[in-house]
Design a protein around this ligand. Structure first.
Ligand code: ADA
Length: 567
């Protein structure tokens, strides 16, 4: 098992990890980041990368501008470079040797900046981070999102030195279960009209492909993987592909499996699979979204023990290290672009839609080789009952299918009875909270709302002509305060949550019309620290089956017994 460095690997170019300690400076709550010049900054602090400044003791809960600085010694100063970020937020700007090279407006999404050659081998990198909510600067993250919007570098950063024609990524798309694959070689830089590439699978000898036509930096071919092994949750076999061109090489890891939707079922390698799992935020009360690798692994180990095979990566592109682990442990993943409760006004805004498309394409391109990813999504709980949603949803669904036609497209709706976009998805995903946010507050036993609501959903999908599509419950759940066990067994008690998830889990495993569930949610997570926190005791979303330190509540055992078939 290998977690660092993750794939892809570039073994014939210089790559340096920029993770570690950086100089730092807090620039204030009122600073306009547009006016900041690196030469004016007084460096008086320290910060780690990855890391979020607003969880550090000196800056907890501050919103404003923060700067980071370090140098890198390049192996060859004449070479151009690229700095790759796994994800940052909420807004970031990169300067190299005092020159602004790029601005990131897509929180959590993979992102990179091109760096022209410098005059010497020592390059100075300065990153500005801003975590203020700002409709202009950060249109994709609204203050009403039900998870804390941290400021910092969430994931690993690396410096690459690039030849004139470099390999960006190579995507391997399984075409069938016999090992036939389509290979897309994406170049970065001066692409030739025809490409010569040597391809070697696993530890095999390279085979040369000559005269590959390059269109817009992309060369495509089809071939067959020797000794193909299928990737399944029970036996997650993985293959590697090394591609070598003149001055560069890349090793990608992939899995051979197919995904399809048929007669209301999700088919993995042609066989129906029921998705049993959780929504998971990348969150920890002290590190925010910058989780140490050990935590990523622990989270998956907890989920395995519960009998889960599925995670919805709510509500943003996932950490590549996490997806590497999911590939290795055999989890199935619903990866979605950043979004939460998007109002119709945003959905009608061209700039918002443009950035949505940018982050969605970046997510798909970056995660395309992970066999664990079977569903792509976006715009969690947008106002999909309003006409403005139609073009926005169509645009993202089309963009995904253009990037990758080998997975299923979905998005989580919380307007299932007024939904206007069922026609655009392969899988219907519904978020609902019967028995938690009650339809009728006077009802003596709110738990009795759960099953009738599921019945209504299934009947409604049939009326809408959506019966043939797999239907998953992409969110449902109840809050419980860790340690609060009470004889009334009311809302917020561990008993109420355990009873709730017991009803839900049992219904999902026994009902053929339900293709899967992502319970809301794996663990408690920080959220609103303002007036919205009135509905969120402790300023946490407490619907975790585990608390924020991953301590199990009563419901963990209930779910485990049902998902593992013990009860
Ligand atoms: C929504 C949303 C989640 C969370 C949940 C809740 O469905 O998608 O992020 O906010 O509600 O806890 O109410």
């Amino acid at each position: 098992m290998s977690i660092v460095p993750h794939f892809p690997r570039y073994d014939s170019r210089t790559v340096q990890s920029l993770d570690g300690l950086w100089e730092a400076a807090w620039l204030g709550r009122d600073t306009d980041p547009e006016t900041v010049r690196p030469g004016d900054i007084r460096w008086d602090g320290l910060m780690t990368v990855p890391g979020v400044f607003d969880s550090c003791p000196d800056h907890v809960r501050k919103r404003g501008c923060f700067a980071l600085r370090r140098t890198v010694e390049t192996a060859d100063p004449a070479m151009r470079g690229r700095i790759r970020f796994g994800g940052l937020g909420l807004w970031g700007r990169v300067f190299v040797d005092g020159k602004c090279l790029g601005t990131c407006q897509t929180p959590y999404a993979p992102w990179s900046v091109a760096v022209p050659p410098g005059s010497g081998s020592r390059r100075e990198i300065v990153i500005l981070i801003d975590n203020r909510f700002d409709a202009e600067r950060v249109p994709l993250f609204d203050p009403f999102f039900d998870f804390y919007g941290y400021g910092g570098i969430y994931r690993s950063v690396a410096w690459h030195e690039l030849p004139a024609c470099a390999l960006d990524r190579v995507t391997v798309t399984p075409l069938d279960l016999d090992g036939n694959v389509r290979i897309d070689i994406r170049l970065d830089g001066d692409a030739p009209a025809k490409l010569v590439a040597a391809l070697a699978f696993d530890s095999g000898e390279p085979t040369a492909f000559e005269g590959l036509e390059v269109i817009d930096g992309l060369a495509t071919l089809e071939t067959c993987v020797p000794s193909p092994r299928h990737w399944t949750p029970a036996h997650p076999a993985l293959h590697t592909l090394r591609v070598k061109i003149d001055d560069d090489s890349i090793t990608e890891r992939f899995g051979l499996r197919t995904v399809a939707a048929e007669k209301g079922k999700i088919l993995l390698n042609g066989k129906p699979v029921k998705l049993l799992g959780y929504n998971r935020h990348e969150a920890h009360p002290q590190y925010g979204p910058a989780l140490p690798p050990q935590q990523l692994l622990h989270d998956l180990q907890h989920l395995k023990r519960l009998g889960c095979n599925f995670v919805r990566g709510s509500h943003y592109p996932q950490d590549q290290r996490f997806l590497d682990l999911c590939d290795e442990l055999g989890f199935l993943i619903f990866e979605e672009a950043l979004g939460w409760g998007t109002p119709a006004g945003h959905l009608a805004d061209p700039r918002f839609n443009e950035l949505q498309e940018v982050q969605t394409r970046a997510m798909v391109r970056t995660s395309a080789n992970h066999p664990c990813v079977i569903l792509w999504g976006f715009l969690n709980e947008c106002e999909s009952h309003k006409p403005e949603s139609e073009a926005a949803v169509a645009r993202l669904a089309d963009a995904i299918r253009e990037e990758d036609d080998s997975r299923l497209v979905t998005f989580a709706t919380n307007r299932p009875f007024e939904e206007r976009n069922y026609d655009k998805v392969d899988v219907v995903s519904v978020n609902q909270y019967p028995g938690w946010y009650p339809e009728n507050r006077d009802k003596e036993r709110p738990l009795d709302e759960i099953e009738p609501l599921i019945d209504r959903l299934i009947a409604h999908l049939k009326e809408e002509g959506q019966e043939a599509k797999p239907f998953i419950i992409s969110e449902m759940g109840a809050g419980a305060i860790y340690g609060w066990r009470d004889e009334l067994e009311a809302h917020w008690s561990e008993q109420y949550q355990a009873a709730y998830l017991g009803i839900l889990a049992r219904r999902v495993v026994t009902d053929d019309r339900i293709a899967g569930v992502a319970i809301w949610q794996f663990c408690d997570g920080r959220t609103y620290a303002d007036g919205h926190a009135l509905g969120r005791p402790r300023a946490f979303n407490n619907k975790g089956t585990f608390d924020e330190y991953r301590r199990p509540k009563m419901a963990a055992d209930t779910v485990r017994r049902i998902f593992t078939g013990e009860a």
